[in-house]
Structures are given as structure tokens and as C-alpha cells.
Design a protein around this ligand. Structure first.
Ligand SMILES: [Fe+2]
Length: 351
């Protein structure tokens, strides 16, 4: 039986981002350390969306470039920058989408553990407690604010730092921060959560708690996308989906998205949508997913076109099949007998 680590504190409510200075001040008093590191999605740079007037010269702001998903090299570079200017911050704050939140998690680990981030890609490889961290999502769906993984693309594979030490100590859920997300990205990211729920519910590694959370999360996503939009409800759905997936496992869709993402450089949530759209044989909820896209005026392009070489396809299939844990969650320990490379390539060609 698993022993599940959870976020210690969360704050929920429109406008609660304004409470961040108070939390940082409390932290400074408790640690007698001065200065925080804020890892903020570069989308916010130069825009007057976030009130950062509370920052002082003791704080360090890192504008995280999330054009591409975080690589181990990029995270190492940012961690070195933090070590050079503020090696013992009182807190690290991640503000943004899944990439910014994961970068902040990884930096907090690297400040107290030796070596490079690639050494911690895997399960439970982090030895020393990290710097205290606060996660503030500005898009709903990734679940990164509640999971114990920081997904990084390394030299050979895309794999998370999966550790109890990469769980945020504090999360701030402020629906007002979701207002500026571009429409397509907004829908794709929420669908990432919808897919997490489907994979968690149909997998073999769920339990009564994750089933309850994934079901409720799915119901709320359907309510907001097929009924009336409610940003706060979506943030809660994302949190519960994150909790469900963090304590169960993904299934067939995520392995495909990793292959597509790695070889073609697609963003995670978009790659998830492209893959899920063609997995109706495995997930009955693909029909609901299609209804949601249609209602929200989204037409998915075909990604695997004649321009994709057979070597690229082969590489994507290999990367998909490297995800042994998710595939065994979906099909059982003998998954290789029912889900081989030919089948993966056949499905990829439809995407
Ligand atoms: Fe995902």
C-alpha cells in the first residue's frame, strides 16, 4: 500500500495571490533567512498582470522561458544562477503553468542536493530535503501544483524527478490568474487533466481515494466545458485530478504524448489531445472529449503527416514503449503481449 504525500497547505479564493507577501514574510521570520526566489513564467514578463510590488532587493526573480518544455540543461543553468546569487533563499515560489511549476520544484531540489538534475530523473532519488516552496498555478489542468513530479526532458528521455521532496509545501489557487490564458492553451491544458482522470480511473494502480477524486474532477470539467465556464471550479478540478494522478498512474495516452512531444517538440497538453483523440478503442470518454473540443471551437490538426520520416515514427514508438509503469498500469504486467511496436506505430499514424 502506498504512503501518499500531500501538499501541506492550500489557499483558495479569487484574489488570494495578494496573500503571497504575508506568507513569504512568515517564512523569513521562521527561517531567519532573507530573500525568496520567484520562478515566473516568462509570459508575465513586462505585463502588468501580477502585482510584484512587494519584492525587495533581497529577492531574486527568474523569468522561466517556457517556449519549450524544461530540459535538464536549462534547469541546471537556472539552478546555477540561483546558487550564485541567492544560495539560501527562505522560499522558492513557482508561478505559471506546469513548466514553471516543475522548474521551481527542480530548482528547490538542486539547491540542497549535489550534482545535476538528470541524476534525479526517476523515482525517489532525492536524498536531502529541498528548499520550502510555494506553487501558484496560472492555468488549470496540469495538476503540477499537487503532484510529486517535475517533468524534465533529458539528453535521452523525458522523465520526471518523482519524489516526496518535490511536493509543494504551500499552494495558492487564485482563479483570477487564469483570465489571461489564450483560449486553445486553456482548453488543451484542461483536457490534460481530463485525460489524467480517464487514465487513473481505468488503470490498475488506483484506489478508493484516487477514484473518488478523479471522478469528481471529471464531472467538474464536463460541467464547465459543456455547461457554464467557472475558472475556480476548473482550478479545483485540476487540483483533484493532480491528486488522483499523483497517487495512481497515467495509462496509454501519456506514453504517446511523450513520444510525440520529444520527437516533434510538441507541448505536453497539445500532444495529449492529439493522442487521446485517436484512443477511443481504449477510452470511452474520447467521445465526451470530442464534444468538448467541438463546443469550444477547437479542430485538432493531423500531426503525423507524410513529412514525418519512418525513423521519426520508429523513435516515437520506442519512446512510447519505454513507459513501462504507465503501460503496465493500463494493461497489466504482461502488457508487452498485447501492446507491441506495430500497434503503437499503427496508432501513431492516425494522430
Ligand atoms: Fe499530463
Amino acid at each position: 500500500m502506498k504512503n501518499s504525500k500531500l501538499v501541506q497547505y492550500y489557499m483558495l479564493g479569487k484574489g488570494c495571490f495578494a496573500r503571497l507577501p504575508e506568507l513569504l514574510e512568515q517564512r523569513e521570520k521562521a527561517t531567519s533567512l532573507s530573500g525568496s526566489v520567484l520562478v515566473i513564467d516568462h509570459f508575465f514578463q513586462g505585463k502588468n498582470i501580477l502585482d510584484l510590488s512587494f519584492l525587495s532587493s533581497a529577492d531574486l526573480v527568474i523569468w522561466a522561458d517556457t517556449t519549450h518544455e524544461p530540459t535538464t540543461d536549462y534547469v541546471d543553468e537556472l539552478a546555477d544562477k540561483v546558487k550564485a546569487s541567492l544560495p539560501r533563499p527562505s522560499a522558492i515560489v513557482g508561478i505559471g503553468g506546469g513548466s514553471a511549476l516543475d522548474i521551481a520544484k527542480a530548482i528547490s531540489v538542486l539547491l540542497t542536493n549535489p550534482g545535476k538534475s538528470a541524476e534525479y530523473q526517476g523515482w525517489d532519488l532525492v536524498k536531502n530535503p529541498p528548499v520550502y516552496k510555494i506553487g501558484i498555478p496560472t492555468i488549470a489542468g496540469t495538476g503540477a501544483e499537487f503532484t510529486r513530479t517535475a517533468v524534465l526532458t533529458g539528453p535521452v528521455k523525458k522523465l520526471g524527478i518523482n519524489s516526496d521532496y518535490s511536493v509543494y509545501e504551500q499552494v495558492i489557487l487564485d482563479a483570477d490568474l487564469l483570465k489571461t490564458v489564450p483560449h486553445e492553451q486553456f482548453v488543451y491544458t484542461a483536457m490534460d487533466c481530463f485525460v489524467h482522470n480517464c487514465e487513473s480511473l481505468l488503470g490498475m494502480q488506483n484506489d478508493a481515494m484516487t477514484i473518488a477524486m478523479a471522478q469528481k474532477s471529471s464531472d467538474m470539467i464536463k460541467e464547465v466545458f459543456l455547461g457554464e465556464m467557472d475558472h475556480e471550479k476548473l482550478l479545483i478540478a485540476s487540483s483533484m485530478g493532480g491528486l488522483a494522478i499523483a497517487n495512481s498512474n497515467v495509462g496509454i495516452c501519456h506514453p504517446f504524448s511523450y513520444g510525440l512531444g520529444y520527437v516533434l517538440g510538441l507541448h505536453h497538453a497539445f500532444a495529449i489531445c492529439v493522442a487521446f483523440n485517436q484512443l477511443g478503442e481504449y477510452y470511452p470518454e474520447v467521445e465526451t472529449f470530442k464534444k468538448i473540443l467541438h463546443k469550444n471551437n477547437i479542430v485538432l490538426p493531423k500531426i503525423i503527416t507524410d513529412g514525418i520520416t519512418s525513423e521519426q515514427l520508429d523513435h516515437m514508438a520506442e519512446l512510447t514503449l519505454m513507459n513501462e509503469k504507465p503501460l503496465s498500469n493500463a494493461f497489466g504486467p504482461d502488457w508487452r503481449n498485447v501492446f507491441g511496436k506495430d500497434r503503437v506505430i499503427e496508432l501513431l499514424k492516425r494522430m
